[in-house]
Design a protein around this ligand. Structure first.
Ligand code: ZN
Length: 114
């Protein structure tokens, strides 16, 4: 069985460029390994923009959801605060009449003005 050169990883990681390139010139195993590494590197470079774009799209969707939730809660609270019938129903279980609020009223429930 032929022994395969196992120096590629160590030279790639620890050796200087000159030593690494000189070994590549005279070692077939490491040349093959280097070609594989370059192919993988090219693939990663090619795929990178798609991943970045996807990341940005997800971030935009999160921002849109947050803005939507803020608008919805602001509108809901605004309606409840401005419409006293709704806030009275929530607080007291019924809408309050002028009489309930302590104003002098006539038989029809209208405020009496003297
Ligand atoms: Zn080698």
């Amino acid at each position: 069985m032929e022994n395969k050169c196992t120096k590629y990883e160590a030279l790639f990681t620890f050796a200087d460029e000159k030593t690494f390139n000189e070994h590549l010139k005279c070692c077939k195993d490491c040349q093959l390994e280097h070609e594989k590494m370059n192919a993988v590197s090219e693939l990663i470079k090619e795929a990178r923009p798609y991943f970045l774009k996807r990341k940005k799209t997800i971030a935009k969707a999160k921002i849109a959801c947050a803005v939507f939730a803020m608008c919805l809660s602001a509108a809901t609270l605004g309606v409840i605060n401005l419409n006293t019938d709704i806030s009275d129903t929530i607080k007291y279980g019924t809408t309050l009449t002028a009489e309930d609020l302590g104003f002098p009223v006539d038989a029809y429930g209208f405020v009496m003005v003297e």
